[in-house]
Design a protein around this ligand. Structure first.
Ligand code: GLN
Length: 393
């Protein structure tokens, strides 16, 4: 046996992410995977062709560090179309390895020892470790079920002269709630006069339902000046394996972000960037149909689960749906999601793991970015499980 000289690592309390664990267990057991968020239907064949063409055309060496200019231009055009604002492609956009890299690089660039970073629980799992690796302190402000809305009074209390960054996420993963224009105004007012920046995770920007619109920090003149906004082609193109996202921020903030990006991932797959640029050139309205597409799936899935005893607070954004099982089972969400893989043959994500101090609740997150047959099979299995629980009690 070799002697271990390993020091404890920098994240001793962190294990493998709940998404990875659940997907692995689902694959091992043949469960319907409604846990980790990714589509199980094919991507647009045109994108496949464009990737093949880009590679065949020889786009196989390092891309420019900030991103392929043709893609940066397409992103700027998309922002102009969506929000009516001008973003400079050369100095305000950075292509990253998924939104996760954009978030990580932004946090490393902007927060450090002595700083506090404020996040809203239930917070996406990558925020807290990234903040701690930067040497900063992560301050968790809880949002309460069932509405999961920010309590701006609590934010006011949490803010102090050490607060360097506030991370917002709308549409929110995993809570499926959205910020409205008033929320952005509240945040802007709270940050006025403070040396505090905003990191806005907007990867589900196109998935906002029931006629509501996505409120972006980019379209908020005051917040825009102090924000890094983060997006994901994996979500918009139904291809989470692309691992291509981007960050949009004023030139000074973009400069800081790129200092980290260049040593973190350096550049992003060149052929994929060319392919996406070509795709957006051909289909400039990419993303415009996503709200209808996913709202139909949300509603179909909810209808399939009717009468099971699961309560489904209406998802206002993202491609997730929460399910309240309080009427069916007394186990904790962590226990139940682990057990459901075997008992029902369905993988889900427990909500409490996204809290530092979870409130009392019995909620699981289900992903509805799935083929209709997958949703039907998942719902059937949940119904059979619920019926068995009913007769057992
Ligand atoms: N964003 C995905 C989700 O919320 C997970 C991605 C991952 O596994 N890190 O399900």
């Amino acid at each position: 046996m070799t002697e271990s000289h390993a020091r404890p690592g920098k994240l001793p309390d962190v294990g493998t992410t709940v998404f990875t664990v659940m997907s692995r267990r689902a694959a091992e057991s043949g469960a319907v995977n409604l846990g980790q968020g990714f589509p199980d239907y094919p991507i647009d064949g045109r994108l496949t062709e464009l990737v093949q063409q880009a590679m065949a055309a020889g786009h196989n060496q390092y891309a420019p560090m900030p991103g392929v200019p043709a893609l940066l231009e397409q992103i700027a055009a998309k922002i102009r179309r969506l929000h009516g604002i001008e973003v400079d492609a050369g100095s305000e956009i950075t292509v990253t390895l998924g939104a996760t890299e954009a978030i990580f690089s932004a946090i490393q660039a902007l927060a450090g020892a002595g700083d506090e970073v404020l996040v809203f629980d239930p917070a996406y799992d990558s925020y807290d470790p990234a903040v701690r690796l930067a040497g900063a302190r992560c301050v968790h402000v809880p949002m309460a079920p069932p509405r999961f809305r920010p309590d701006w009074e609590r934010v006011r209390t949490a803010l102090n002269e050490r607060t360097r960054l506030v991370i917002i996420n709308s549409p929110q993963n995993p809570a499926c709630s959205c910020l409205d224009g008033e929320d952005l105004n509240e945040l802007a007012a709270l940050l006025r006069g403070r040396n505090c920046l905003v990191l806005s995770d907007e990867v589900y920007e196109h998935m906002v339902y029931d006629g509501a619109r996505h409120e972006s920090v980019l379209a908020h003149a005051e917040l825009r000046e102090r924000s890094v906004a983060v997006y994901s082609f994996g979500k918009t193109l139904h291809a989470t394996g692309l691992r291509i996202g981007y960050a949009v921020a004023p030139p000074a903030l973009t400069g800081e972000l790129r200092k980290v990006h260049q040593y973190n991932t350096f550049t992003i797959a060149t052929c994929l960037q060319h392919a996406i640029a070509g795709y957006l050139r051909e289909r400039p309205d990419t993303g415009a149909d996503l709200a209808d597409f996913f709202q139909a799936k949300r509603d179909r899935f909810a209808a399939l689960l009717e009468g099971t005893g699961l309560r489904l607070p209406r998802s206002s954004g993202s491609y997730f749906q929460l399910a309240d099982y309080a009427d069916l089972d007394t186990r904790s969400d962590v226990e139940l999601s682990a057990a459901l893989i075997d008992e029902a043959g369905v993988a889900t994500i427990p909500l409490s793991v996204f809290y530092r101090e979870p409130p009392p609740m019995k909620l699981l997150r289900l992903c509805f970015a799935k083929r209709d047959e997958t949703l039907a099979e998942g719902a059937l299995r949940l119904r059979q499980w619920a019926q068995a629980r009913g007769t057992m009690r």
